[in-house]
Design a protein around this ligand. Sequence first.
Ligand code: PLP
Length: 383
Amino acid sequence: MDIYFDNSATTQINKEVLEEMMPYLTDIYGNPSSIYSLGRRAKKGIDLARKRIASSLNCNINEIFFTNSGTESDNWAIKGVALANKKRGRHIITTSIEHHAVLNTCKYLETEGFEVTYLPVKKNGVVDIDSLKKEIREDTVLISVMYANNEIGTIQPIKEIAKITHEKGIYFHTDAVQAVGNIDIDLKDLDVDLLTYSGHKINGPKGIGVLYIKQGTKITNLLHGGEQEKGKRAGTENVPGIIGIGKATELATEGIKQKAIYLENLRDKCINGIMENIPDTILNGDPVNRLPGNINVCFKYIEGESILLMLDQLGIAASSGSACTSASLEPSHVLLAIGLPHEIAHGSLRLSFSKENNEKEIEYLLTVLPNIVENLRRMSPLK
Ligand code: PLP
C-alpha cells in the first residue's frame, strides 16, 4: 500500500494543472518579452495566470508577482521592505516559530545592522497579541507572522495582527505557504501588505512562488536585471510554472470550505484514534485552531525518525517535522518554542492530509501505529 501523509512537505501535481502547463513546456516556448506571436502567446498565458490568482485571492492583478519559491518570496518581502524603509527604522518583529525562510532571512538582516525581535508563542503555538503590542517600537518597520505553521498547523489571528500593525504605520507580511488552499483568503478583507505562497504546496509545480505586494508598499528589488514583472523581479519568466501556479491556485481555492470539512473529519478521526490507543502521547498545537489536514504528536521515549522508517517499510510516507529540519539532529525549533523538552520533541510525528487521502488509509495507519510505537518503546533506553 502506498499512502502519502506528507502534504505539508509537498503535494502531487494535479492532472488538470499539468495539462494546462504542457503546451508551455512544448509548443509555446517563446520568450514572453518577445514581440512576435510565439512570445505574445506566452505573455498571454502569464496574464491569464495573474488574473486567475487575483480573482481567487481577491486582489488587483498588478499586486501579484511571480518568484521561484516560497523561500524567495519570504526573502524578497522581508529584505525588500527592510532595505527600502531603513531610514524610518531598523527594527523587525517576527515569531520564534517561523519557517527558516523567514528566520534565516531575519538572522541575515541582523548581520546588516537590523534588530529583530523573535516573539515567543503560547503553549498552543498562537502568538500572544499583548506581547506583540509591547514589542512595537518607534523604529519598527516590519512585522512578519506566518498564517499557519508548517509543523504544528496552528493558525494565527492574521487579520487582527494586520490591524494592530497598520494602526502603528508598520508594514505587515504573512507567510501563507501552508494557508493558501487550506484557509479561505480574501486579500481585500485580510488587509496584509505582503503575502507569500508556493506552487508545490497546492498541487502545483515546484520552483514557482507568488509574492502579493499591496499597491503602494515601499519595497526594493531582490533580483536586479531585466524589466520582467514590471521591473521588480528580473529574470526570464518560468512560464510553465506560472501557468501551473495560476491553475493550481484556482483549483485549490474552489470549494475550500467543503474540502476543509472533509480534511477535519479525517484529522479528528486520526487524532482520536492515536490519543485513545497510544499512551504517553502529546498532541502538539491547538486542538481546534489548526490546519484542517494537520496532525503533530509526540510519543514519549522514542525517536520520530525511527517511527518514520517503520512507517516507510509499510508504505506510509510521513514526517517528523518540516522537510527542511528532517536532515538535522536538532529537534524542531517549533516544538521547543511551544515548551517541549528536548527528549520529548525528538519523538514527533507529523501527518498532513490532502483531499486524495481517505478513511481507509487512516484506519490502516491506526492499525499499525500502536504496534510500531510499542515495539520501539520496548527497545528504548529512555523508557
Ligand atoms: N514557508 C513555509 C511555512 C513553508 O512550509 C515552506 C516550505 O516548506 C516555505 C516557506 C518554503 O517554500 P518553498 O519550498 O516554496 O521554498
